[in-house]
Design a protein around this ligand. Sequence first.
Ligand code: P6P
Length: 352
Amino acid sequence: MSQPAPNPAPSAISLTRYLIEEQRGGRISADLRLLIEVVARACKTISIAVGKGALGGVLGDAGTGNIQGEAQKKLDVIANDVLLEANAWGGHLAGLASEEMDHSQPISDLAPDGSPRGNYLLLFDPLDGSSNIDVNISVGTIFSVLRCPDGVTTPGDEHYLQPGTAQVAAGYCTYGPSTMLVLTVGNGTHAFTLDREVGGFVLTTRGMMIPEETKEFAVNVSNQRYWQPPMQRYIGDLLAGKEGPRGKDFNMRWVASMVADVHRILTRGGIFSYPLDAKCIDKGGKLRLMYEANPMSFLVEQAGGAASTGRARMMEVQPHHLHQRVPVFLGSKREVEAAVRYHVEHDAAVPA
Ligand code: P6P
């Protein structure tokens, strides 16, 4: 009797195969699939540059500043250039915007005459947390994809000012002990790990889910004296532990690299916050809406979490400026709801 054919080992699912599955399911277009592949390839190049560290002559300051008023690291500029070069030729974009560039760039300004253009807008923070680069702590690339408005062939900054709910894809690549791409196209949040021997991203977690409850918070407590009253009360109650109103002890983590903190929360739960404080209130907050808060909020919501400004759902904020800043609370759904309650109750008690 012939033996039954052995079941083939479940082959690893590559990023390409995952994206083809999503395209065949009608959830993404061929152009969006190809755009995400281009961004992933750029992230591999950035991973190599980051990984060289001191040996690559890429550490330290670039000697330039960006529109945020921040000194640029050499790797900020390198990562930005890699993403610009990778996307100029792809034919999937109408334009792109970067934390490191004052204004958005239509593809027609980037690509040689006659290069094809597409219908997507790509926004990115090319190397978030780069202040950690020189001390060898994880950093990452964050990206967000919007549709270019119909009939717009040369998009300007105003065409990017779409709420987070308009995103068709979002993700980050974290350059840590392993390089991981975490992605959503609106059908769950999934993690891919870079197989350096093959040179490709492999699906390692399909359907990341954030626990609704948590005992871990991430905030820069050194800003405590600058916080508004509801934030003072909220964190004070967390620090009071099981003897306090929350009735349980909490742990704290703060990497000061949003990608690293958010990846931990997507993996084991927690709440991340960068609230308004007296130092950043004039700017509207510290973190940027379009290429930090919105993409991270999309990923978190798709993983069963929540994301808020403390007073409104993050992805419903109507942007009014490309580099707009916002207060951020995101992570375990029940804990974000608790933090929002402190702010809503405070506002309700303030005399009109
Ligand atoms: P602070 C990095 O500069 C960043 O934009 C985020 O990645 C990070 O969460 C935050 O700022 C850290 O800010 O004030 O603690 O240095």
